[in-house]
Design a protein around this ligand. Structure first.
Ligand SMILES: Cc1ncc(COP(=O)(O)O)c(C=O)c1O
Length: 341
């Protein structure tokens, strides 16, 4: 079956599965006191070219909610894109973990936030007024929910507005590898050098079984994170299996190799569906308007994908997500049916 529903519907990258099996030998200290977890600090420090605080968790929603709850008080407001995962797809986890901070969805362009929308939103809040939630963080997603990618200078422009208004800047990097592979810059350029304070570093969508990491670029900003993670039930007792996945993910650049494959498959789909695209194809997601009949024929042929919006005027906007496991034949078959219409 050609499955483009999501990148997390695919399996686990071979080297990561092998690393899990290796971690199974013998015993190790629990709750993150093992060697693999201890080693993450230096691995992530090397990757980001500075000392960081890094904490493994097993879902992206937990990473986002725990990171934001550390940065934002209960009376805070978090500004984000109106289609952002934290706002639309996490069942209010951020609100719950922050003890009630408000998520404020803003309009964007190409699935991304821009400084003008952030400034306009900030003008609606009265700073220091007890009657208003107090803007405390800005959340962006890279690669975005629309498969587009923030460049370092675009993040820096958002950071300038954020910092001028006392907001922390969080990046949901569920697809950070895809963004980085697309741009070819360094991980530091795409994060703290551009003003990011905390990152949800995703791995599950790009080949891990269940592994994400919360990264604070100023280790002091992590404050009480560890207590929050435990209290939320996200301090995994057999942490070594999560950390082993992150180790193998980074080892030898597997994470970027995987992301490059996913991005290249999406690019092929994008080229075939040119003229039907709703957003530029920059990472591993393709949003295309297909005739309803074509979408139906693709499904009859075994293809799986989501309709993103209800059909309109005979067309339907579909989302196609590729992964490290997407095969050339999958793309070719899909294009054969869809691309020629
Ligand atoms: C942009 C984005 N952020 C975060 C997540 C985290 O997801 P989960 O909690 O399912 O690991 C996802 C998964 O769909 C996502 O697409």
């Amino acid at each position: 079956v050609v499955n483009f529903t999501s990148d997390n519907c695919h399996g686990v990258s071979g080297p990561i599965l092998d690393a899990i099996a290796r971690a199974n030998a013998g015993s190790a200290a629990s709750y993150g006191d093992d060697a693999a977890t201890a080693g993450l600090a230096s691995r992530f420090a090397a990757l980001f070219e500075r000392e960081v605080a890094v904490y493994p968790v097993i879902t992206g929603s937990a990473a986002n909610a725990l990171a934001l709850s550390t940065l934002v008080p209960p009376h805070g407001a978090i500004l984000c894109h109106e289609a952002s995962h934290i706002l639309t797809d996490e069942c209010g986890a951020v609100e719950m973990f922050t003890h009630g901070a408000r998520l404020v969805g803003l309009p964007g362009r190409e699935g991304k936030l821009w400084p003008d929308a952030v400034e306009a939103a900030l003008a609606r809040f009265e700073k220091g007024s007890v009657h208003h939630a107090q803007p405390a963080a800005l959340g962006i997603t890279n690669a975005s929910e629309m498969g587009t990618v923030y460049r370092p200078h675009e993040i820096a422009a958002l950071s300038k507005v954020a910092k001028a208004n006392g907001l922390a800047l969080h990046m949901d990097g569920a697809r950070f590898a895809n963004a980085l592979a697309a741009l070819g810059c360094s991980a530091s350029e795409l994060t703290w050098r551009a003003g990011i304070d905390a990152l949800s570093f995703g791995a599950t969508k790009n080949g891990a079984m269940a592994a994400e990491a919360v990264v604070f670029f100023d280790p002091h900003a992590a404050r009480d994170f560890e207590y929050r993670r435990k209290k939320a039930g996200h301090l995994i007792s057999k942490m070594r299996f999560v950390s082993a996945q992150l180790e193998a993910y980074l080892e030898g650049g597997l994470w970027l190799d995987n992301a490059r494959i996913a991005n290249a498959q999406a690019a092929k789909l994008g080229r075939a569906l040119q003229g039907r695209l709703a957003f530029p194809v920059e990472a591993n997601e393709v949003f295309a308007r297909l005739p309803v009949a074509t979408a139906a024929r693709l499904r009859e042929a075994g293809a799986r994908f989501y309709d993103w919006t209800p059909p309109k005027d005979g067309d339907v906007l579909v989302r196609l997500v590729t992964s490290f496991a997407t095969r050339d034949a999958d793309v070719a078959r899909f294009v054969e049916i869809a691309g020629t219409e």
